[in-house]
Every structure is written in structure tokens, then in C-alpha cells.
Design a protein around this ligand. Sequence first.
Ligand code: AHR
Length: 796
Amino acid sequence: MGKTGTISIYTKEQGAALGDLFGIFFEDINHAADGGLYAEMVRNRSFEFDPIDRHDYDGLTAWEKVELGEGKSSIQVEQERPIHPRNLHYVAVEIIEPGEGVGIRNLGFNSGLLYREGETYTFSMYARRSASFDEPVAVRLEGIDGTVYGEAKVSVTSEWKKYEVVVASSATDFCGRLAVMTKGNGTLYLDMVSLFPTKTFRSRPGGLRDDIATMLADLKPKFMRFPGGCLIHDGSLNAGDRDSMYRWKNTIGPVEQRPPRKNNWRYHQTLGLGYFEYFQFCEDIGAKPIPVLPAGSDPHSQRYVPIDELGPWIDDALDLIEFANGDASTDWGSLRALLGHPEPFNLEYIGIGNEEIGEQFFERYTYFHQAIKAKYPDIQIINSSGPFAAGGEYERGWRSARDNGSDFVDEHYYQSPDWFLAHYHRYDSFSADDPKVFLGEYASWGNTYYNALVEAAFMTGLEKNAHAVGLACYAPLLCNVDYVNWKPDLIWFNNHQVFGTANYYVQQLFMHHQGDHLLRIDTEGFAAPAQPAESKERIEGKLLVGANLNEVVYRDIRLINHETGEVKTLTDKVEIGETEEDRRLSSEFGRKAVVGETGLKSYSLSMKAIRKNGSRGFIMYFGYQDEANYVMWEAGSHSNQESLVHAGSKGYRGCLTQSLFSPETGVEYDLEVRVDGRRIRTYVDGVLINDTEHIAPVIEPLYCSASIEEATGDVIVKAVNVQDADVQAQLQFADLHSDNLLIDVYDMSGYALDEMNSFEAPEKIVTKYKSMQTSGNQVGYEFPKHSVTVFRVRKG
Ligand code: AHR
């Protein structure tokens, strides 16, 4: 153990307000809503699944035919007499032979529907039939082998009508099925076949899954950003299209009238969890709502609403504010009242756009901003800075925010743990006079204890820079283990279990113990920690060229030593191609070929490059150690629009910087990567495209922050020790005069860095609590290696 250092907390020296700093971000990705937080147990309840949503879907996805005894039937999806024009499809069960009953059976999400012994379930459906009106329709909670756990019967007439009945289950089964069947003759028509646990969060009919919602509530987030994410800006511009961009007006009112939607994460979205429910949930858990709206701009498919047609999109934003805050005399406020919430939802923030790039978005943003500020000057508007932590589009976002007077800039980054350590001081130089940072999405790549530890260290940096950072939320929030679009995620679940990751417990610590104002905190006298082996002076490694879903010819590949002026031709020509199949079999960034190696401090790798086919661009590695550790330039990546410099570190990857560049097939480009120490610049035809520094990670003795909570007067101190050694410290609470300090200590420690929570061991990594009592205003403490510690200091 090193020498004892001192942490001085100046309890009377307040700094920036912490406001609403730590919150959550909900997006319907990984089946976070349907098959997740939204408690509907029936999958494809309205027979609206369609290959547009996903190639292997159809109207009968998740349904199977039931034919009991000698029963025979034919089932098909029809649309001639729908229950509502926005909910076109329904199923027709033609009874050929009634046998012991014919009908349909739903398979649910995951392994099936979850039934618990003694609990009740609310079944509902729209139904009509053509004959045999005296024959009841039976609704059965079943096991996979047909064992009936609960049954109800309803009589159905010739006109569409909604039926609702509560059924109890006599058994617990995670692989349950729901059957709806009848006898007689003619045809039985069904739509909106639905089953909810009666016990939902706050007991709301058609509400939220209690266990998942409770996990979210237990975080005590200050805000909730929703509903996306890419979810909000991917899609067509016509609100009526199935793959339309997310339009909030489609998501309110009776669920059977909400149109089916293609979720951009390649599944079907019912919109049963809509804007009213989002607002209500925020209110329930005490989180301020932060809706994010599309700006008629889809950078992925490069679709943009013409400026002179932006009106309805801007109205969507204005109407949403009225829906949330307007009184009953307003059109949208009265609709909210009609839906059961006469009080306002007190909306304070609104986001326009998600991860936007390109001038087209920023041109449109101004119209939104001006219209919103003109009508609602107090609403705080969040602008966008693209999907990456730095580069041309990131800077364009910040310029736009400054020019428009945006209140916040939404920053997103998913990075390696090393990147988070290297960028601990990222916000130290940000000005309090600028728009504030909304760190709307971030995560280090992984759910291990190490990821959580590093995120905790970084979060003390967010806190300490509360003058510049106003809001921050981890992403993504939820993941159904059987429908993974993206990982890591904060909370994992299946149909009957849910667990928080190590990252969850870190987020929870920071949310529970945020405080209202920063306190000055100084550290001194700690021994210098052991530092990572990685060179802080240079980027060395092999040089490679590659292809990514295309065929590329590189010519005249040279290495230029800028210290000596020596120019070395590495190779005259490399032809390289990568097909879809190669992609599947090879590493993430395509096929590649080694062309040289360098240990130089200042050098350029230059070449001529031409794309013969395919839609992406060129790949050059210039600090390649192995598949887990590299630096790489991808000139022409996502949608053939971007020039990215990536760094891979210990198997985690991250994008250091991004700018726009769209290579054309058949055009030869002069490409150059220039490396000076850890600075990287890329040029196309002599024009600077990327300019970044690959900062090497640095370990600090302790990552600390301090704050004060107004309501209690408690002083809160956070300390994160990422070192592989315990750290001994003396904490001094200046100006805290008390004979007796009561200290609540919340601690995460004693875990191996690669440990994770799981369904089998959901609470392997959690926060532990102990209390301490001291006299005087000093206390000695040993921060265990790899620990996150929060002190809550109360006067005795
Ligand atoms: O959080 C997952 C996705 O990451 C979000 O939808 C998007 O904004 C980002 O690219």
C-alpha cells in the first residue's frame, strides 16, 4: 500500500448546482417495450406482424392453430372488416370440424407466457362470429402440454365487440401458452387478443411489468430521455407509413387505434407504450420527462423533409409541449385531460433530433428552435452533436448550438474503458457560458465489474464539471436476453426474471447520492499509481490496408519518416476484396493485408486508392498490434458517408473522431494518415479530414467528487479507486464542526474485474452498506483496490 493521502472536503465552499444530472434513457431496442417493460404477454396480439417489420414475420407469427379431439379448422389473416382502419388485420378461424374445440394459441415472448400460481391475468379481445352464437369461446391459460391452469368463457355476437375477463392461474409456468377456442360452426374472428398480469406497476390496466418498472424506479433517476435513439429518426417521412419516423401523435389514445409500426431495430412495435404512458411513468418514478423528436431528418437513409414542408413536424413539437403542459382549455391539454391526466406533466426539456449529422439537419433545427422558443421560452431545447465524441459533425453540432442558443448539446459515445480513463478530464475545459452538455448516451463496452468501475470514475468527472455537464444517462437501458440488438445494457431480463448489471449499481449509487451543489474537494499526498504499459509518446505497430464489403485497389503505398525525411515504398499494389460471406467469417472490419510496420514517432502512411465496387470505402490500420489492439482509419464507412478513426484497446473498440467523407466508385484518391506522437491526422487528396489525439489512459490515485444535499444537509463524497492496490486516505471535512459525525458508507468492492451479474447470480455485484461514527471532522479510510465508495456524512 502507498502512503496516506489527504482528501479535503470544503463543506462551506459550494460550486455548481448538480440539477438533474443523472437520469435514464429508455429506447425500445432489445424488445425493451414490447416483450419488456410493456406488460402485454401476447406477442402479435393484433395480427399485424409483417415482413416489412422483419423478413421472417407474418400475420400469424407467434400463433399456432389449435385443433382438439377430431377438430379441424382453417386459420387465416383477413382485413375486409377491421375493428379500426389503423388496425387492419384480424384472424379468421373457420370451423371445419369442431371436435373438442378449434382456435388459436399464442406462444408469447421468450419461452412463453409467464403464469404464477394464484395470480390473476386480465384477458381481453375483440371478437365476432358468423354462427353458433350459443357456443362459448373458451380462453385458456395453458402449459406447453395443454394442461389448463385457468379458463374463462365468453359468448360472442356477430358484431365486433371488446370482451374482457380476469382469469386466475393454478400453477407457475414460464413456458405458458394462451389458447382461444370454440366449437360450433361458421367462423370466429378475433383481434387485439391480449393478456396482462393484473399486477402491473402501480396496478394500471394495460400497464407496465412490475419487476422491470420497479428496477427503474429504484434507480431514482432525475429524468428519463425517451423514446430513442435511432428509433426516432430512422424511417420514412410520411406519418402514415408503417416504417415512418416515430411520430408521437400515433402513440396516444385507444391502443387498438395506434398504428402498427416497424421498429428500426428490426421488429414490430405496437406503440402500446406510447407518449401518455411515458409521461405517466416519468411522473410515477419522479423523473422529469425528456422526449426526443425527429426533425424530419434521417441521416442514415439521407431523407429530409423539404424546408417548406417542415410545418407539421414543428407543430408536432409545439403540440407535444401543449399536450404535456397545456391546461384543459387548450386542444392538446384537453386531450391529455380526457386521457385521464388533467394536471400537467410539467415538461421542461425537449430534444430535437438524435445523433444528427449533416447540414440538412442543422438547417432544419433552427426552424424548430425558433418556433419553440417563440411560443415556449422556458422550455429547454437539446440540440445534437452526432454519434461520436469528436470530429467535424460533433463540432458542427456545437456550432449550431451556440449559434441558435440551444440550452443543451446531446453527446453520445460508446467507448473502451481505456478511452474513459484517458478522457476523464474531457469536460474540465468546457465553459459554463456555453450550452450545457447532455450526455444522452454513453457506456464503456461491457457489463463486467471493470466496466462499471471505470464508468464510476468517469462519472465523478461529470459531477465535478457540473458547470458544463447538465444531464447524463447510460445507454441502452433494457435488454430482453432473447432479442438482443445491442449490448452492453444496464438491465437484463427474460419473461420472468430481471437483474441489474454492475453498471446498474454504479448508476444507482450516483443517482441516490447525487447532491444538489458541488463542494470543493482537493486531494494530495497520494503515491503515484502504476500506469498502463501503453506508450504515451507514439503509436506503433503494423501497417495494413483492407476492404469492407467492397473491392479496393491500393497503389504506391509509402511510409514517410518525418523525422528523417526518408520515404520508403512498402508495396506497389494491393488488391483486396471482401464479400458478405467473408464479412461473416472474418473480423469486424473486413479483409486486410499487412504492408509494413513502424515504431516511428512521426510518420505518414500514404497511398492511392480506388474502389472498384461495393458501397463502403477504404481501411488503413497504422497501429496494429493484434485484433484486440489497433488504430485504424475507415475512410467511407456508415452509409458511405463518414471518415472514422477507431481505436481498439484490449478487445474493446471505440471511435476517436468522425467527419464526413463519401468516396465514389471508380475514383482514385490520394490517402494519407499522418501520425505525430499520439496525434493523428488524415487527408484525402491533400485535404485534412480527421484530426484527433489518441490519448493514452492515465490512472489517477483516486477519482473523487463531493456535494451537499440541501434537504438533509448531508455531505456526500464519492471516491473511485481503479488501482490494483488499496489506497489509504485521510478525509478532512473542513468547516464541519461536530463532535460526532455519522457516516453512511456505500461500497462496491471485493469483486474480480471480469465478474458480472447474471440470471443465475443476479446480485453477485451489489452495493454494500455500513455505518461509521467518528469524533472530530476527520476520518481515515482505506479504499480497497477496485472500489467505488460513497460517504454520506451527517452531523450527529
Ligand atoms: O443506444 C443504442 C443506439 O445507439 C441508439 O439508438 C442510438 O442513438 C445510438 O447509435
